[in-house]
Design a protein around this ligand. Structure first.
Ligand code: NAP
Length: 484
């Protein structure tokens, strides 16, 4: 299999926050890899912008260092860093002042796509939108890309949407959720809507329940101050897990086009039931050996912010009434693993008798590690001694099924940035989707704040609090093992 690269017309991309952590770790390496893949044509320009005093030469050296540190190098030959450096430049600029804006405006080319990546804190989004407008850079060819967090509740998200909408149409705003750029997440749509096999079974009549797990082994580390104001619900569930839930649960869109897909996702969010207190388990990780605990990373020693959350969620619509969705995400768990498991119901009657056991098909979509899909199928245990049944996985690890080229597929940031340039919003969140997600999230958070619920301490390296296991046990179900 050879991956096809379709070059895009020359474009200008400005990275506000071009010296920040996200730019160094994700955005610039992603751009570099697309450059190496031959997707950028002669004349494309990438302009870093931040307050730090630097000139183009300094910035090129800064970016080269970031690439050496954060790009694992696959697919890029010797000398490509130098070639990439030639398309880079830098403007010293303050989002909140006048400094630098005329310089940036003077660098813009007319008649080509220009994208502005807001890789700065959300408190600067409004000011950047305003300044782009003031300095004549907000025309119809302009696209803006905004990073998470998109608000911390419904009212802040609405305020951000309004601030951007003052100067840009919805069709120009690209709200990034990098989970949507993952190959497997898109494959989820291909599997659901490109095969006849699954869709007829994709409903409460055949699906017992669905589990979505995003487990991390890292703690909050140096992000303690930010994280403590957020917590797992705001940082992970409201955006990433919600997006996965939408793609799993939505009705088939009429077309794989931005508004068709986003309309269907929005309907799922609007059909989510209120989550009751006994359907929520929140946790906070403890110290382990010389590894600090959650409270060691944050300023308030009595912080009640959760580093783990598990929820049982219902979707009240024709397709899903009666099929629960269990979501969980947490830090310092036993393995780094993200997956969606669709657990089908057992057959209505076993012709093999009770000793054969009851078995279920499980379709697992692995986001990381080992992106791929497997389907547990029940077969006869080989050998004599009667009909005993066992479950075996039909495993499709992409790198095995598709050959080594599968390793070279664009990562989430590469794909999403090039989608911005191509003007394809299918994998970006629309403003009303984000607001609907907060409208569901806010009362859940307000509920535990009003009740004064404390998170439950859990061991680092575990699967989270025991109570999260009980959330499923009492329904006669169990979580899948968190394993790498
Ligand atoms: P960061 O490391 O603190 O970088 C912030 C950038 O903004 C720096 O380049 C900074 O440079 C620039 N900046 C700050 N104030 C400015 C101003 N007034 N005018 C112009 N530039 C200004 O932050 P980050 O981690 O890169 O995060 C950027 C955004 O991405 C945030 O919204 C964050 O929540 C989001 N995000 C980050 C990650 C991640 O892994 N880092 C992941 C997901 C989302 P100067 O100080 O020189 O101006």
């Amino acid at each position: 299999m050879v991956s096809r690269v379709i070059p895009v017309d020359p474009f200008d991309l400005v990275i506000f926050g071009g010296t920040g952590d996200l730019a160094r770790r994700k955005i610039l390496p992603a751009l570099f890899r697309r450059f190496c893949a031959g997707q950028m044509q002669e004349g494309t320009r990438i302009i870093g912008a931040a307050r730090a005093e630097m000139d183009d030469v300094d910035y090129r050296a800064f970016v080269a260092e970031a690439l050496i540190e954060f790009n694992d190098g696959h697919g890029c030959e010797e000398g490509t860093i130098a070639a990439f450096q030639r398309i880079l430049s830098y403007v010293t600029l303050d989002a909140l002042g006048e400094n630098g804006w005329a310089d940036l405006a003077a660098k813009m080319h007319d008649g080509r796509v220009r994208a502005f990546y807001f890789s700065v804190g959300p408190s600067l989004f409004g000011a950047l939108a305003e300044k782009l407008h003031e300095h004549g850079m907000a025309d119809s060819d302009t696209r803006i890309v905004v990073e998470k967090p998109f608000g911390r509740d419904l009212s802040t998200a609405k305020a951000l949407n309004r601030a951007l909408a003052d100067h840009f149409d919805e069709g120009q705003i690209y709200r990034i959720d990098h989970y949507l750029g993952k190959e497997t997440v898109q494959n989820l749509m291909a599997i659901r809507f490109g095969n006849m096999l699954f869709e007829p079974l994709w409903n409460s009549q055949y699906v017992d329940h669905i589990q979505i797990t995003v487990a991390e082994t890292v703690g909050v580390g140096g992000r303690g101050e930010y994280y403590d104001r957020s917590g797992a619900m705001r940082d992970m569930v409201q955006n990433h897990l919600m997006q996965l839930l939408c793609l799993i649960a939505m009705e088939p869109p009429a077309k794989f086009e931005p508004d068709s897909v986003r309309d269907e996702k929005l309907k799922v969010i609007r059909a989510l039931d209120e989550v009751l207190p006994d359907q929520i388990v929140r946790g906070q990780y403890l110290a382990e050996g010389d590894k600090p605990g959650y409270l060691d990373h944050v300023e308030t020693t009595d912080s009640t912010t959760e580093s783990f959350i598990a929820l049982k969620v219902h979707i009240s619509n024709w397709r899903w009434a009666g099929t629960p969705f269990y979501l969980r995400t947490g830090k310092r768990l036993k393995a780094r693993s993200s997956e969606i498991a669709v657990v089908f119901k057992a057959t209505p009657h076993s012709i093999f008798g009770p000793e054969a056991g009851r078995h279920r098909n499980i379709l697992t979509i692995r986001l990381q590690p080992n992106e791929g899909i497997d389907l547990d199928v029940t077969i006869k245990e080989p050998g004599p001694g009667g009909m005993r049944l066992i479950d075996v996985p039909l495993d499709m690890t992409f790198t095995e099924a598709l050959g080594p080229d599968a390793e070279d597929v664009a990562d989430a940031y590469e794909r999403l940035i090039m989608d911005v340039v191509r003007g394809n919003q299918t994998l970006f969140m629309r403003g009303d989707e984000v607001e609907a997600a907060w409208a569901w999230t806010d009362p859940i958070i307000a509920g535990w704040e009003t009740r004064g619920d404390d998170p439950i301490a859990y061991e680092s390296g575990s699967s989270g609090p025991e109570e999260a296991l009980a959330l499923m046990h009492r329904d006669g179900r169990k979580w899948r093992e968190v394993r790498a």
